[in-house]
Design a protein around this ligand. Structure first.
Ligand SMILES: CC/C=C\C/C=C/C(=O)SCCNC(=O)CCNC(=O)[C@H](O)C(C)(C)COP(=O)(O)OP(=O)(O)OC[C@H]1O[C@@H](n2cnc3c(N)ncnc32)[C@H](O)[C@@H]1OP(=O)(O)O
Length: 725
């Protein structure tokens, strides 16, 4: 049964029952109509309470129904209108979650009681739509336009205590929200309900409100670059100010359909489900997320307190895992300790504001220089800088100090996990955990499986990722893994574009208008140009190891751009030195301005090398950079380094600033059309046979020959996996 009804004296309790999250599917909506109708007609019933089974009110509309005929049967807003118009008081008992349509349903009730652990919100914007069951009209009428706009446009999950302050709920209880709701329902029998019907409330407008809404539009355009849903949300809320409730509803409905027509909701909903699928890893042996048991991680250690290590310590502490933090000398330990403690203070402050007690919600952090203290920890994460010899030295030590069943993780961004594991006595317990900077904020975790990594180690690392609130994606072991490997051809194209006549700010602007959080040159300046330079020097691509007589723009017979090397040779490492592809106000400065030095340097460089200049075409910038990414993604699938295109997209959406409303590079390729992607790459490669990264991948050709099947069918075409996963 999708909803059940029982009688508690004169109060009917209607319980939504659709595990795991009580999504308001067509069958639930039908059941609600039936149960609510019967309760309303039953003369023994004087009040009605609405709750959800499994201590969850509801996660809202069933997202899988969007775009299907099921969504057209029984509209949620019709149910909401019926509830609001009820002559008997209706109380929502909110436990766990009331999100999206779930909160819209609760807003139609006359009263709302929430359990202290509950979270409420209207997160539709995060899946590319707007609250379209009256939410954009009722919430501003309840809590005012500014507060409602913040809730709707940011889509955040609001803790019950804050919801009470905002006025979204009437009561928050420590104990049983259902009992409290029944009590309240009994108490209000016979009270007038008119003021409790939000659709009847009028919002008074003034010029300040108009200015506020106009500013919100400008802010949203900058903040959400290219995403349509936040702007539609603001338009809908604006309608609540100017229009009657019913006209506002009509506007909400129109905005919903116009958003749907942009294709952004489909991409964001694909991204939503892909994230959930990433947790359901499978292994070529047949083992899966639901057959392998993760070991509990009660204590952990982090080696190295640089930027990455600090973020990882905070992540573990926020997941209530006590951490031992190690540095190599007293001075570095002191610096790291200060930085970690200041971040922890900020976290504690946030917890206090949410009404939580920091000491019981943050794991303790103990700082030491002594590896001997690691003998009892369940898991260690090494986070020193990218140097194979240093990492091996640390893993040798860990192997002899840590208890035999402790897991040893390396936070490498691309080094060989097998080589690191080879110096230990327990390569089966060694696994890559590639965090993204800042590790306490970024959601992505690449879990890198080595040849000998055990299934238990995989299950444990994936589970730890979830516990840290991250999206963990299992990938195979190859140089640079998935995300950074794809970055290679992308950055290569960006550099070639500079050689051919563009400037860093033009390439960045095109990619940022496409929706990237940051264009390639801003990204390199932020990360530090010296990182790639060091790696290229080690590989003999630049510096003293390059054989005499090698042409400046060629390595091993392929095209090579030395631009970044030349910048580094001039001491331009990016933000940290105050100069890179841009100039900054000071070393460590954040605001980059186009640099006349770079312009002059590029002009001279092009002249020296007599490079043919391309006419300016921002579309070409996007095509070359985005298709280079996707092409490498196809190769990664062929190699068995990622198990499906969805995983690659999850990595790009959560770790590399790819715009979620474009789904990810593989989804984007699919939506542009694989034959077109293939054709563009083929033309480019024919004209530039010295750029092997743009040679169309075999899998791309195979899928394009099939006419570009939907992305969910690609998996079957990948062929026999190379068993890297
Ligand atoms: C025409 C009417 C138009 C508009 C009106 C209303 C619109 C809406 O309500 S849109 C939906 C708004 N709600 C959300 O965006 C919430 C989305 N869900 C979540 O944020 C999370 O799932 C959660 C906080 C509810 C639970 O998180 P967690 O405990 O970590 O579990 P999972 O995320 O793994 O989810 C478990 C399971 O449930 C599926 N699921 C979650 N929400 C929905 C949903 N709204 N519709 C359909 N399915 C949902 C999720 O995919 C997982 O299932 P699978 O493992 O099979 O994928």
């Amino acid at each position: 049964m999708a909803a059940t009804r029982r009688l508690a004296n004169t109060v009917a309790v209607i319980t939504i029952s659709h595990p795991p999250v009580n999504a308001l599917s067509s069958s639930v909506r039908h059941a609600l109509v039936k149960e609510f109708g019967e309760a309303s007609r039953d003369p023994k019933v004087e009040a009605i309470v609405l709750n959800g089974s499994g201590r969850k009110f509801s996660a809202g509309a069933d997202i899988r129904e969007f775009g299907t005929s099921a969504i057209k049967t029984v509209s949620l807003e019709d149910i909401n209108s019926t509830i609001e118009a009820s002559q008997k008081p209706v109380v929502a008992a909110i436990e766990g979650i009331a999100l999206g349509g779930g909160l819209e349903l609760a807003l139609a009730c006359h009263y709302r009681v929430a359990d202290i652990q509950a979270k409420v919100g209207l997160p539709e914007v995060l899946i590319g739509i707007l609250p379209a069951a009256g939410g954009t009209q009722r919430l501003p009428r309840l809590i005012g336009v500014p507060a409602a706009l913040d809730v709707i446009v940011r889509g955040r999950h609001i803790p019950a205590s804050e919801a009470l302050k905002l006025g979204i709920v009437d009561e928050v209880v420590q104990g049983n929200a259902l009992d409290a709701a029944i009590q309240l329902a009994r108490k209000v029998i016979g009270y007038p309900l008119n003021k409790k019907r939000l659709s009847t409330v009028r919002i008074s407008s003034d010029s300040n409100l108009e200015d506020f809404l106009d500013t919100a539009v400008e802010k949203a355009k900058k903040q959400f670059r290219g995403a349509k849903a936040p702007l539609a949300c603001i338009e809908a809320v604006r309608a609540s100010v100017h229009l009657s409730y019913h006209q506002g509803l009509e506007k909400e409905r129109q905005l919903f359909f116009s958003l749907w027509a942009t294709g952004q909701p489909q991409a964001q909903q694909y991204a939503f489900f892909s994230e959930r699928e990433a947790g359901k890893w499978t292994h070529s042996s047949g083992a899966r997320w639901d057959t392998e048991e993760a070991k509990p991680i009660r204590t952990a250690a982090v080696i190295g307190l640089g930027t990455m290590g600090r973020g990882i310590v905070i992540s573990l502490s926020k997941a209530k895992i006590p951490v031992i933090a190690i540095e190599q000398d007293a001075q570095q330990l002191e610096v790291g300790k200060k930085a970690v403690n200041s971040l922890l203070e900020r976290e504690a402050e946030k917890l206090k504001q949410q009404g939580s007690v920091p000491s019981s919600n943050l794991g303790s952090v103990h700082f030491t220089l002594d590896f001997g203290e690691l003998q009892d920890v369940d898991l260690v994460i090494e986070a020193v800088y990218e140097n194979m010899e240093l990492k091996k030295e640390i893993f040798r030590k860990l192997s002899s100090v840590c208890k035999p069943d402790a897991f040893l993780c390396t936070n490498t961004s691309g080094l060989n996990v097998d080589e690191i594991a080879s110096v230990t006595h327990r390569p089966n317990q060694v696994i890559g955990t590639h965090f993204f900077s800042p590790a306490n904020i970024m959601r992505l975790l690449e879990v890198v499986r080595g040849q000998q990594t055990s299934l238990t180690a995989i299950a444990t690392a994936m589970n730890l990722g979830k516990k840290l609130g991250k999206v963990a994606v299992l990938v195979g072991n190859c140089p640079l893994f998935v995300g950074n490997r794809m970055l290679g051809p992308y950055l290569e194209q960006a550099s070639y574009l500079l050689e051919e006549g563009y400037y860093p700010e033009e390439v960045d602007q095109a990619m940022e208008e496409f929706g990237f959080a940051m264009g390639p040159f801003r990204m390199m300046d932020l990360a530090g140009l010296d990182v790639g330079w060091r790696s290229r020097t080690e590989k003999g691509l630049t510096g003293a190891k390059v054989p005499q007589g090698t042409p400046a723009r060629q390595r091993l017979g392929s095209r090579y751009s030395p631009l970044a090397d030349i910048l580094c040779e001039s001491g331009r490492f990016g933000q940290k030195t105050g100069r890179g592809w841009y100039q900054y106000e000071k070393p460590g400065g954040r605001t980059g301005k186009p640099d006349p030095w770079v312009k002059d340097f590029l002009q001279k460089y092009r002249k020296t090398h007599q490079i043919k200049q391309q006419p300016s075409n921002p579309e070409q910038i996007v095509e070359r950079c985005a298709f280079a990414l996707a092409n490498e993604g196809f190769r990664i699938l062929e190699d068995g380094i990622a198990s499906c295109p969805e995983d690659i997209d999850v990595i790009y959406n959560n770790g590399y600033g790819w715009p979620k409303y474009r789904g990810g590079p593989m989804y984007y390729a699919s939506s542009v059309g694989l034959p077109k992607v293939l054709d563009t790459l083929e033309k480019y490669y024919k004209a530039n046979p010295d750029v092997p990264s743009m040679k169309p991948a075999f899998l791309l050709k195979k899928l394009a020959a099939l006419g570009g099947p939907p992305i969910k069918e690609w998996r079957t075409q990948v062929g026999k996996p190379v068993n890297k996963l």
